[in-house]
Design a protein around this ligand. Structure first.
Ligand SMILES: O=P(O)(O)OC[C@H](O)CO
Length: 413
């Protein structure tokens, strides 16, 4: 029996589902044994993986979140491209089996798949159905509607209208995609690292943050911190009526006894910026096969990846967690099983990823992006605590991000 390890960042209910899949894989055959290991947050898992690689003690499989993708893909010799791994081990592979929003997010500039899409998500707008009914409003389609109709009505009904998790992901990266705004030069960074500059310092997003500040002052928005769970809790407690979070939180929310009905729909957009809102791009993470492993272990990793992408496994994962099915076959299976008749909100993530595409909606590729997010989190925190103003903060983000991008480009020569 060949043993392999899988380091991941899936805590709580998500981690239990990972364990269930690992057990199913192990029970499905007798040649390979996979051991999943929870390593903490996405950031901690990536740091642990890099340190282990340097020490020659890397796991076979490392889960890396979207923000770390460019860094890992750019770390020459650290991983075996998943497409090569599968083909070398006789596993049928066709990139077109993957839904379009997922297909190229973890691919290199030639379209070769490097990371194996696994837990793909989209940010969605969750809402407390009872609260919106009490306020006599429907979920807002635009931010204009939110600020003029939804938020004041919710306030009158005793709720804070809005909280949202992870400002870089939802109010920055996906803000760009939803409004079809370029996020970086060089085709959002996909066409090469040389000279790539971030395009975050623009009026559309600065006006958005200025509006958020106004909502904060008017009691329509509350910010509870940069931690992944910080802004979900007040929604679960019924204090905040609308929460922007990951589709990957759907399963966890459904399993809780919230004391109110919840549902989900698309992220609002600013009509002043676009009248043709676009799709969001995927979040979550993918799985990288680490280099330096024996052929036997690589064969085991390929077998696990094959198991993971089976429509049945994907459907199970999707149903338990809310992450989107990454293949068309899995999505078709979910539909054929009538899953969305029973849980229509579970389809919102994949539907939003399938909205019309634009020139700027396929994702971004920026090295040292994990550090760029740290800069954003620092500056956004300062905006929301009143320590800085929006224009100064975005100027700083632009400068520091561009310095990090230039440093990354040097590592690629
Ligand atoms: O919470 P997740 O797993 O959907 O991930 C959200 C972001 O894409 C992570 O960077």
């Amino acid at each position: 029996e060949t043993e392999i390890t899988f380091w991941h960042a899936m805590g709580g209910a998500l981690g239990e589902t990972v364990n269930a899949i690992a057990e199913d894989f192990n029970a499905s055959q007798s040649e390979y044994k996979l051991t999943p290991v929870f390593k903490g947050t996405y950031e901690e898992t990536l740091t642990a993986g890099i340190a282990a690689f340097r020490a020659g003690e890397q796991p076979n499989i490392l889960q890396v979140f979207d923000a770390g993708a460019a860094t890992v893909i750019g770390a020459k010799g650290a991983t075996v491209p998943v497409q090569d791994l599968l083909q070398a081990n006789g596993v049928d592979f066709d990139i077109n089996d993957y839904i379009s929003g997922v297909r190229y997010f973890y691919a290199d500039s030639d379209g070769k798949m490097i990371g194996m899409p696994f837990n793909s998500s989209s940010p969605v707008m969750y809402y407390n159905v009872d609260a919106l009914e009490a306020a006599g409003v429907t979920p807002p389609k635009t931010w204009e509607e939110f600020q003029s109709v939804t938020a004041p009505a919710l306030k009158d009904a005793g709720y804070t209208a809005l909280a949202q998790s992870h400002l870089p992901w939802i109010f920055t990266e996906n803000f760009m995609s939803r409004h079809n705004l370029p996020f970086a030069t060089n085709n959002n960074g996909y066409d090469g690292v040389e000279g790539t500059k971030i395009l975050v310092n623009n009026d559309a997003i600065k006006n958005h943050f200025k509006a958020v500040q106004q909502w904060q002052q008017d009691g329509h928005f509350e910010w509870f911190g940069t931690g992944w769970g910080d802004n979900q809790t007040p929604f679960e407690e019924g204090k905040v009526a609308i929460w922007l979070g990951s589709s990957g939180s759907f399963g966890g929310l459904s399993q809780k006894d919230l004391g109110f009905d919840f549902s989900a729909t698309y992220l609002p957009y600013w009509e002043a910026v676009t009248t043709e809102p676009k799709q969001t791009f995927i979040g979550g993470a993918s799985l990288f096969a680490m280099a330096g492993k024996s052929d036997a272990e690589n064969e085991a990793t390929a077998a696990f990846f094959e198991f993971l992408t089976k429509a049945e496994t994907q459907f199970f994962w999707h149903k338990e967690t809310g992450y989107v099915p990454v293949t068309t076959a899995a999505y078709d299976l979910a539909k054929a099983e009538g899953y969305y008749d029973e849980a229509p909100a579970a389809e919102v993530g994949i539907q939003q990823l399938s909205l019309p595409a634009g020139d700027n909606t396929k994702g971004y590729r920026m090295g040292f992006y994990v550090q760029i997010r740290d800069v954003m989190n620092r500056e956004f925190g300062r905006i929301l605590t009143g320590e800085t103003d929006v224009d100064t903060a975005f100027g700083k983000i632009e400068d520091e991000a561009n310095a990090l991008l230039a440093r990354f480009a040097k590592t690629q020569n």
